[in-house]
Design a protein around this ligand. Structure first.
Ligand SMILES: *Cc1c(COP(=O)(O)O)cnc(C)c1O
Length: 363
């Protein structure tokens, strides 16, 4: 392929071309240092400046209040499914809102570290909507309540963070925002901890963001590995062990790119427009369908089906020929999925819609 394609992968996913080009230009000699970022000590002044800039930019972009620490960890969202219970369960009950595959995985993994309950689940209905907070069956005094705010596989997004206090619950809310971080603002007054891997909406795999309220740290179970103890990681500014330096650098370049675009408010405007374009087209078509309740549809991950599934192969083949890549749906759901993260502009979604229309007319 001579040109860059429109890449709809769910993750690792498309990154802004400007970011990749800047990284390429700086690959072997960062800012006249005579070294590439991969070759720098994480304790040297060059990398420390990269790290501090990335942290400051993320704090600004997401308007993270001072009482929250930002940690750059390893292990991805799946490791956080263990690390969160190890740090926050304190021997109590953990409540989970099961709205798709990812929150279900989190709930199951937590069972290894304590009592993990399903407070709500939409599994019986095939994960087609986000469970309404008024219907959640919360424990008396949970250690925390876990919500996956964007279900990457089922395409279900929590559009407004639940206010646990309004539900009579004092526990901290834990959110897995892996696949929509930086696509919309976060109301930190409702959150105790947020985590997310970088490879969906930020940069390369290898770095996991954890944003945690300070008072929640320092209560890890005795078995918690030191490298995963939030208090120790925070005390050492994410350098308790060697952090994923290159991934942090790439994430930092993306943060700078986001600031140049106009920040999270501007990304949200674009993401709303992109999602509208695609969902409106799907809803109006006779061939394609999306099965998620309209109010709970993800702006980032759009699973869709061809009503005639025998056309799936030729749909994907034709898409590939036009440079529309990685549209095959997750194996557990089938059909197609278009992930339209921050790095995909409206133009990319328009190219997809044009192809889908053309394919339908020929079908
Ligand atoms: C991708 C993803 C994960 C898992 O991330 P890994 O980096 O593979 O551990 C967890 N939660 C959500 C919502 C995801 O999209």
């Amino acid at each position: 392929m001579e040109q860059r394609a429109w890449n709809f992968s769910a993750g690792p996913a498309a990154m802004p071309l400007e970011v990749l080009q800047q990284a390429a230009a700086e690959m072997s000699n960062w800012h006249g240092s005579g070294m590439g970022v991969m070759e720098m000590s994480h304790r040297g002044r060059e990398f420390i400046s990269i790290y501090e800039q990335a942290e400051a930019d993320l704090r600004e972009l997401l308007a993270v209040p001072p009482e929250f620490k930002i940690l750059f960890m390893q292990g991805g969202g799946i490791a956080e499914n263990a690390i969160v219970p190890l740090n926050l369960s304190r021997g109590g009950t953990m409540d989970f809102v099961v709205s798709g595959s990812w929150s279900q995985k989190s709930q199951k993994e937590a069972q290894r570290y304590g009592t993990s309950r399903v407070a709500a689940s939409t599994e019986a209905g095939g994960f087609r909507h986000f469970p309404r907070p008024a219907d959640w069956q919360l424990s008396e005094r949970p250690s925390y309540v876990h919500v996956c705010t964007n279900e990457t596989i089922h395409g279900v997004e929590c559009q407004e963070l639940p206010d646990l206090r309004a539900l009579g619950c004092d526990a901290p809310l834990v959110i897995d925002f892996s696949s929509h971080v930086l696509s919309r603002p976060v109301d930190w007054s409702r959150v105790g901890l947020a985590f997310g891997g970088a490879q969906k909406n930020i940069g390369p795999a290898g770095v996991t963001l954890v944003v945690v309220r300070e008072d929640l740290m320092g209560h890890a179970l005795a078995v918690c590995p030191s490298a995963f103890d939030y208090a120790l990681v925070a005390k050492n500014d994410s350098m308790f062990n060697t952090p994923p330096t290159y991934s942090i650098y790439m994430a930092g370049l993306t943060f700078q790119w986001l600031k140049r675009q106009g920040g999270v408010a501007e990304m949200e405007r674009r993401n709303v427009a992109k999602a509208h374009l695609l969902y409106d087209f799907i809803d109006a078509s006779g061939l394609y369908e999306n099965r998620v309740a309209a109010a709970d549809r993800s702006r980032m991950n759009v699973p869709f089906f061809l009503r005639d599934e025998s056309l799936n192969g030729s749909f994907l083949e034709g898409a590939r020929e036009r440079g529309l890549l990685q549209l095959k749906g997750h194996k557990s759901v089938g059909g197609m999925r278009a992930s339209i993260y921050n790095a995909i502009p409206l133009e990319g979604v328009q190219a997809l819609v044009n192809y889908m229309r053309e394919f339908e007319q020929k079908a």
